[in-house]
Design a protein around this ligand. Structure first.
Ligand SMILES: [Fe+2]
Length: 286
């Protein structure tokens, strides 16, 4: 099916899912009380591979009541050794079961030499890495029947041999593959602060028609360095950057991606409403 998606994806025709949240198990008890604030859920694909009965029932409940987008963690698209076929099978089976509007993974590697390093690691911004990504994306797209979008991560490692900056690398990736972007606005903001570049100038260089979904959440500063912690409320400069993105791209969905220091779900819904208000403000202005 790769060639089909490769040539026929009409990114503009994907459904508008609105504003949602990354589902975490502790949210379940309040999920339906907060239903009016949550238009869709992103679920961590890996949590539902060969699920025990309770996770199976949970997935059924979520899928019955919300549009779901599966977000993978460990495909390791940047691994030169290729994909893990057993992981690929589990991910593909989940995507086939959910039949989502799209699915997502990261532009990173987490496995090398057969060893799982347990962390999303940036790939070098080189043509060699683009070649590896191309081969692995093609293998993944051969196995799924829905559009694939890929997420920018924070540059926790910089390589001395890099040929491209972050924006050029994403442009090349989109030129060479029929993939959309899951633009993590917080990761872009953090990289811009730590590497001292203008995030808006970065944004303007991206192919706007490929920016399909956003992630946002708050980070924090430690010893002068911004940390991608997923642990706090979204900060004002990140909201401002979200507004810039929405002015440039017809984004189909936004996900609050809180993982650490989890409060009650009802304490997070004001952030969803804030995001929705920005969407409406941008739409009114356009
Ligand atoms: Fe993210």
């Amino acid at each position: 099916m790769r060639w089909l998606w490769g040539w026929l994806v009409d990114w503009s025709s994907l459904p508008e899912l609105g504003v949602g949240i990354g589902y975490r198990e502790p949210f379940l008890g309040e999920l339906f009380d907060c239903r009016s604030s949550i238009e869709f859920l992103e679920v961590t694909a890996d949590h539902y591979f060969e699920p025990i009965d309770s996770k199976e029932a949970e997935l059924d409940l979520l899928a019955t009541n919300f549009p779901l987008i599966p977000h993978g963690l460990a495909m390791s698209l940047g691994s030169a050794e290729g994909l893990d076929e057993s992981y690929l099978k589990l991910y593909s089976e989940l995507v086939d079961r959910l039949k989502p509007a799209w699915c997502s993974e990261h532009i990173s590697f987490s496995r090398a030499g057969g060893i799982d390093i347990g962390h999303l690691t940036p790939v070098p911004k080189t043509d060699a890495a683009l070649g590896v990504l191309h081969d692995n994306i093609a293998r993944l797209q051969d196995s799924i029947q829905v559009p694939l979008i890929l997420e920018n991560i924070t540059d926790t490692i910089r390589y001395p041999t890099e040929s491209y900056d972050g924006a050029d690398f994403l442009c090349k990736l989109c030129d060479q593959n029929q993939v959309g972007l899951l633009l993590d606005v917080t990761n872009l903001f953090i990289n811009s602060q730590n590497q001292r570049f203008d995030p808006v100038e970065f944004l303007r260089r991206l192919p706007a028609d490929r920016i399909i979904q956003l992630h946002f959440v708050g980070g924090f500063i430690e010893n002068g360095v911004w940390v991608d912690s997923h642990s706090g409320a979204t900060q004002e400069p990140i909201w401002e950057l979200i507004e810039q993105v929405l002015g440039l791209a017809a984004v189909k969905g936004m996900i609050l991606e809180r993982d650490e220091n989890l409060p009650a779900l009802r304490e997070l819904t004001p952030e969803l409403e804030h995001a929705r208000a920005i969407v409406q403000r941008v739409q009114r202005a356009s």
